[in-house]
Design a protein around this ligand. Sequence first.
Ligand SMILES: [Zn+2]
Ligand SMILES: [Zn+2]
Length: 318
Amino acid sequence: MRCALLEKVGSPLVIADVKTPEPKKGEVPIKVGACSLCRTDLHILDGELKPPKLPLILGHQVVGTTPDGQRVGVPWLGKACGHCPFCKRGEENLCDAPTFTGCTKDGGFAEYMVADEAFIFPLEGSQSDAQLAPLLCAGMIGYRSLGFTEGAKKLGFFGFGAAAHLLIQVALYQEREVFAFTRPGDVKTQAHAKKLGAVWAGGSDEPPPEDLDAVIIFAPVGDLVPQALKAVRKGGIVVCAGIHMSDIPSFPYDILWEERRLCSVANLTRKDGEEFLKLAAEIPIQTEVTEYPLEKINEAVEALREGKLQGSAVITLS
Ligand SMILES: [Zn+2]
Ligand SMILES: [Zn+2]
């Protein structure tokens, strides 16, 4: 089968022919229709997260079809052990021995993949595979992050990429106000955020017009943590939604003082995924995607890296 292979950290992905994977017990083979690119793929590609194996097929926002014709989605959490203390507590996102799609096992930038049958989601609806793909990580892990904001009415997003595009729709549906912070000077994305319903949009170096109840940081930039703490009111919450972030600079205690909380969100549970898909259908969430054929995956990587995309880059397999 054709796939995009990560052979060496820091090098472009290589389009290659490899052996089609065989499902083991409890796994299903999936013919991939589309797989959306995530910032995490870039972190692995660039070596900020060390790939557990090489060569590796990246991609963990997969939409495809099983042999019996069921359309399914494959998320980042490929499998959890089910018996570690975290799994037993219902925190399978923190499992001690997890499988991560497109990381500890091969993912969806390929014609075929195999997935654990207990960790995939059936997908209904008339949207294309490409339109649904970003729901599988940007949407699901974004949704988990939103839960950590505890019903905040005035909500800031630092970084207005794939996840924020989806989460603003959830936030507005839940009658919250969204304040969008972009790269300084990125007036195009700021205008786009306002078009999607943000009450305010500005650079991450600007203070919001009023104190916020909570902020979610989507951008992998540690410098944003003190900025976000300054943007929230007493008792406010700052959630770091990414899997990797550059170092956080030291900051004066008084921006954390007064019961402000700083936390991170890791991975997802199946419950997050099920709840989010239900909500996505109810709203209904519209994704904005730029489609690339597999052969042009490195162009998609560069577009994401440079912040050129509105919404998500999706690789389509034909
Ligand atoms: Zn992801
Ligand atoms: Zn476990």
